[in-house]
Design a protein around this ligand. Structure first.
Ligand code: ADP
Ligand code: MG
Length: 729
């Protein structure tokens, strides 16, 4: 929509006559009009005034009013970026990437220049970047390098209602930083005044040291909290009664339908519903206005990539068999692992005479606003991380959404015109839902948080000013886990190993594995495996070639585990120098492999920066397996006579996930990286282990007792009482 034409603006620096040419693209009239039509546009003046006046401001409005895209631009135009960078945090990387792209288009600049983004393993920002969209996790990491986040003049915590772990941590960190910066400024002002009164007024002009002192390179920090839900009091109270601004959005009525009975298979129910909606259109039932001539798009909420891809396949299968006269139905998936160009497709307007059906995770609930939606199909479920502090393990579970989420999802159908929402659950299911979701900090492992806070210099975790504190048993268990990982000393301080672990943008279990592999001389293999595990799927499976793919996969198979199988794929990929033909013939997803290489190279850089020796163990994979035990010693299970697995730490029944290469083999003892709970608890990324390795490699956890195959879980809990109580005080 915008054609590049270059207007150049020159700025000359004093030392040379170099001219900086800023490439600017023409911003289309359509975009200019769209910006003005957003509800936030008329609130601009009030917004800016409040930000000028108060150090912290809370902004509440419905989704789609223009908060995320517009407010940073307003502040940029008001000059806030002259004093520093504006950071806008997002809970999800997809949102950070796609919104920064949109904003760079709106400003007519190249993404990565004035507008950029920064997400884990992918940084598109430069020294010129003034508006930086980033995941909340990346900002926490930046605080580990610069504890006062001095390059930022404004930090916007967006999507605060989501209450992600990292956003919650940022609440505490930013409050501290704001105070620290203000105190420093006051102190400098005081010193300045004292200097002045000491000075002889006539000679003061010549005193150069004074001039240097009164120009401190420190500016106050503005904090803006943006949220889509109305419970802003919590945020306001936390920030000394910061003002709350409400921006009115637009909302048209949405008719809600429930199912009469419980749906066993909600993916199938979603398929039927989408097709029904589309067939109604054939009968012209729903065409009400001209702007609506496409019949309006459909948005389906699912829990994750696998479901999305399933429904996509089912739909693509059915579409050719729709009755004559049916308009075209375009299927548009969106989830984090999808390549960016494909993600952006959800925003493209459906061509005349067609409609799109968007299959999304809850990314589309509040983070992303897609225009043109008239129908929402809500499965009523979400994938959520749940922590069991008794055993210290996180798992991903599919759980019912909250009433607040259900209402948000419904609202997506009524942004531009009247809409309909099909809830694939009964009315009584809705009535039994929780009012709102439990914040992540109350349901996750906080080992990583503790490691990060300690690196930033917050040693007293229990005394940290949390917006809401994690449950005490969780803090204790996470401290214990860090201690067993040898990241903390007996006194609860960061160990040398712990400091190194915190350097890596990885969960502590992974960073421990990586660092330990140095001792086993297999860092190269472990780096490769961790990179391979960072992408969701290495193989792509065309739906008519399932058998063929299965036989190809066998080429790479190793009985020593999924990890080694992935390693084999990577080595082969390297050997053929990433040949496209080879990838194609082996059903290897080229985009995934490109990402793997990128992650691998970045991890290598971190390793080099702390002078780790990158050695290879060739084919001595026992070393690799042992390295993984050093990080994942809690994720282990033993095969039972009934062919089911029981976890070693709490004797829960689990199963190897069907996608694992070991699904049929069923080794006696296994280690796994992840537990996903859907209908059953499934272990993913599995490798066989020897139980005798556990006390050998993790004496802190397994040393004091026999191999805990059939032991009661509670015996593992009291190992560290002395240590945890020491940190409680
Ligand atoms: P809020 O943060 O208040 O929910 P946003 O600033 O995200 O609102 O969205 C404002 C508008 O920008 C919406 O109408 C949305 O459709 C539009 N928008 C955002 N990203 C894109 C994109 N990539 N392409 C087209 N429109 C977009
Ligand atoms: Mg937003």
């Amino acid at each position: 929509s915008s054609s590049p034409s270059s207007t150049s603006s020159s700025s000359s620096s004093s030392s040379s006559s170099k001219t900086i040419v800023v490439e600017k693209k023409v911003v289309s009239e359509e975009i200019i009009q769209q910006k003005k039509a957003l509800p936030v546009f008329s609130a601009r003046k009030a917004l800016v005034e409040n930000v000028n006046k108060h150090s912290t401001v809370i902004i509440i409005s419905e989704t789609g009013t223009g908060k995320t895209t517009q407010i940073p631009q307003y502040l940029h135009e008001e000059g806030y970026t002259n004093k520093g960078v504006i950071a806008i945090t997002q809970p999800r990387r997809v949102a950070a990437v796609s919104i920064s792209k949109r904003v760079s288009d709106e400003m007519g600049v190249e993404l990565g220049q004035q507008v950029g983004y920064s997400v884990r393993f992918d940084d598109k920002s430069s020294k010129d970047t003034r508006l930086k969209y980033m995941t909340d996790g990346m900002l926490v990491r930046e605080a580990m390098l610069d504890a006062s986040l001095s390059k930022y003049s404004v930090i916007i915590l967006d999507e605060a209602h989501e209450r992600t772990l990292n956003t919650d941590i940022l609440f505490g960190l930013l409050k501290k930083i704001q105070k620290k910066r203000n105190d420093r400024i006051k102190q400098l002002e005081k010193e300045e005044q004292e200097e002045e009164t000491k000075q002889d007024p006539e000679s003061s002009n010549n005193n150069e040291t004074t001039i240097q002192k009164i120009k401190p390179k420190i500016s106050p920090l503005k904090i803006i909290i943006m949220s889509a839900t109305l419970d802003a009091e919590l945020f306001s109270n936390y920030f000394d009664n910061a003002p709350i601004l409400y921006i009115e959005g637009r909302q048209f009525p949405v008719q809600i339908y429930y199912t009469n009975e419980l749906q066993k298979d909600y993916v199938d129910a979603a398929l039927v519903t989408v097709l029904q909606i589309h067939l109604q259109y054939l009968n012209n039932e729903t065409i009400k206005s001209e702007e609506d001539e496409n019949g309006g798009d459909i948005l389906v909420f699912l829990t994750g990539r696998e479901e999305i891809e399933n429904l996509e396949k089912l739909l693509i299968d059915r579409i050719p068999r729709l009755p004559e006269g049916c308009k075209e139905l375009l299927v548009r998936p969106i989830f984090a692992a999808l390549p960016q160009e494909q993600q952006m497709k959800v925003f493209e307007k459906s061509p005349k005479g067609s409609r799109k059906v968007i299959l999304a995770t809850n990314i589309a609930e509040t983070s992303l606003t897609i225009n043109g939606i008239r129908y929402v199909v809500d499965t009523g479920v979400v994938k959520s991380k749940i922590y069991n502090p008794k055993i210290g393990i996180d798992s991903l579970n599919v759980i019912p959404i909250s009433k607040a989420s259900a209402r948000q999802r419904t609202g997506r159908a009524g942004r531009e015109f009247e809409g309909k929402c099909y809830r694939l659950y009964t009315q009584s299911t809705f009535e039994n839902m929780d009012d709102s979701s439990i914040p992540e900090i109350k349901r996750s492992n906080v080992a990583n948080v503790i490691l990060q806070l300690k690196t930033i210099g917050v040693h007293d975790i229990l005394g940290f000013d949390f917006l809401e504190r994690p449950p005490l048993p969780t803090i204790k268990k996470s401290l214990e886990q860090l201690y067993c990982l040898e990241a903390l000393t007996d006194q609860g301080n960061l160990s040398e190993l712990g400091k190194k672990m915190a350097m890596f943008p990885l969960d502590p279990m992974y960073s421990k594995t990586l660092l330990k592999s140095v001792e086993f001389n297999c860092l190269e293999e472990v780096l490769i495996i961790i990179s391979m595990l960072s992408v969701e799927s290495i193989f792509f499976i065309p739906k008519d070639k399932k058998q063929e793919v299965e036989s190809i996969k066998k080429i790479f198979f190793s009985p020593e585990g999924d990890h080694i199988t992935f390693l084999n794929v990577f080595r082969e990929y390297q050997r053929v120098k990433g040949s496209l033909e080879w990838c194609f013939n082996h059903f290897i997803n080229i985009k995934s492999m490109t990402k793997v290489i990128n992650v691998f190279e970045q991890l290598v850089k971190y390793c080099i920066s702390i002078k780790l020796k990158i050695e290879s163990c060739e084919n001595d994979f026992e070393k690799v397996r042992k390295s993984f035990i050093s990080g994942f010693f809690m994720n282990v299970a033993a095969l039972q006579p009934d062919k089911k697995y029981k976890t070693m730490v709490d004797s829960k029944e689990i199963h190897i996930h069907p996608t694992s290469f070991l699904f049929d083999i069923k080794p006696q003892y296994i280690l796994y990286n992840e537990l996903t709970i859907t209908t059953k608890a499934f272990a993913r990324n599995v490798l066989p282990i020897e139980p005798s390795w556990l006390p050998e490699i993790c004496p802190k956890y397994y040393g004091s007792r026999p191999i805990p195959q059939d032991q009661n879980s509670d015996s593992s809990l009291n190992t560290l009482n002395q240590f945890t109580s020491a940190d409680d005080n």
